[in-house]
Design a protein around this ligand. Structure first.
Ligand SMILES: Cc1cc2nc3c(=O)[nH]c(=O)nc-3n(C[C@H](O)[C@H](O)[C@H](O)COP(=O)(O)OP(=O)(O)OC[C@H]3O[C@@H](n4cnc5c(N)ncnc54)[C@H](O)[C@@H]3O)c2cc1C
Length: 318
């Protein structure tokens, strides 16, 4: 089986979600003897040649220097027509949500979007979530398919290193009449807090109750040297600025430690933080969905336990 992974670049930097898709492709390939190639528009970042993949196809055309759905679609159409991959995997980004459905329609190849797992069980099985993430559904796919992978579904640190070669692939985009002219790129977060680089995040949810209680979380963050994150209601109430919000309409984070205080773990929150290396959840509801992805769970009232943790850490620091 031949798998292609599209590597999206944002201002020259490889999009994190594309790399997670590459990790997913490698994982699937190990179980099935499939071959994985990366496809990249523009210059190939050195980083890409250090992964265990068959090849990187580099497509350099001035039309692809900035995002245009029609040109992207035609360029990829030519890649697929020349190489006939069995599966093409994309990160589920704002851009791919825009142009990959066009590609699917153009080539009459199904697009299964926002998948959380790719498996081989007597054939290709794609898992995606439905009903706001309450149910996982498996789809058996036959024939060629385009797949996008939900942010955080595969871990970046699972990417296998290796050496690969770069092949140039020529495209001719002259036939495309551009009727779509993208405007300024949408910024998910313009704030000064860059949670994506934080090693430790203390995240606060609606369980904190009211703004006057926020110092409980802030104190713990301070003693841990952590950044403060939050679920959306905390931002909606105005208790923290939007740049602290983690989730589908906030930041995507992958710290070494993510401490979730009074956060239920709705799917929109999970997609932003489930790539964290260690998740510790404190919630008084033992059935809260956050416990399904937590490495350590404490079923407790945060007002009782958090001040004790903070005090213990302070005593320990001494
Ligand atoms: C299009 C869209 C985009 C969205 N984007 C985002 C996003 O980016 N990020 C995001 O977070 N959400 C987002 N949401 C909202 C999301 O669906 C949830 O509503 C939200 O994540 C819930 O936040 P929460 O867990 O803080 O609150 P709740 O779901 O109300 O959970 C509060 C939790 O606190 C616990 N609790 C209460 N008191 C205590 C206590 N004393 N001690 C311990 N635990 C306690 C409760 O048991 C409960 O589990 C989005 C929704 C939509 C529709």
């Amino acid at each position: 089986m031949n798998i292609f992974v599209f590597i999206q670049k944002d201002n020259g930097t490889i999009n994190r979600n594309s790399l997670e898709a590459l990790a997913g492709a490698q994982q699937f390939a190990r179980a099935t003897d499939a071959q994985v190639s990366a496809v990249c528009f523009g210059e190939v970042n050195d980083q890409l040649t250090e992964y265990d993949i068959q090849q990187v196809l580099s497509i350099s055309d001035p039309g692809l220097n900035s995002y245009n759905p029609q040109l992207y679609c035609e360029a990829f159409n030519q890649v697929i027509s020349a190489h006939h991959p069995d599966m093409v995997i994309f990160g589920h980004t704002y851009q791919t949500r825009d142009w990959v459905p066009r590609l699917s329609a153009k080539l009459d190849i199904p697009f299964v979007s926002d998948c959380i797992r790719i498996q081989n069980q007597n054939g290709l099985i794609l898992t995606r979530q439905i009903y706001q993430g309450k149910i996982n559904t498996d789809l058996k796919v036959e024939g060629s398919v385009l797949v996008s992978i939900q942010s955080g579904a595969y871990r970046l640190d699972s990417i296998v290193s290796g050496n690969t070669s770069v092949q140039q692939f020529e495209v001719n985009l002259d036939s495309v009449k551009c009727t779509v002219h993208p405007g300024e790129k949408f910024q998910e977060s313009k704030g000064s807090v860059d949670l994506s680089r934080a090693k430790i995040i203390v995240a606060v949810g609606r369980g904190i109750g009211k703004e006057e209680n926020m110092p409980i979380a802030k104190e713990l963050a301070e003693v841990l040297g952590a950044e403060l994150g939050s679920s959306r209601p905390v931002v909606d109430y105005g208790w923290l600025p939007h740049e602290h919000q983690v989730g589908s309409s906030g930041q995507t984070v992958s710290p070494k430690l993510y401490l979730a205080l009074g956060i239920s773990g709705a799917i929109q929150h999970q997609v932003g933080m489930k790539g964290s290396s260690n998740i510790v959840a404190i919630n008084k509801d033992g059935n809260a969905p956050i416990f399904e992805i937590a490495d350590y769970g404490i079923v407790a009232d945060l007002f009782e336990i958090v001040p004790k943790i903070t005090q213990t850490l302070k005593d320990h620091k001494g």
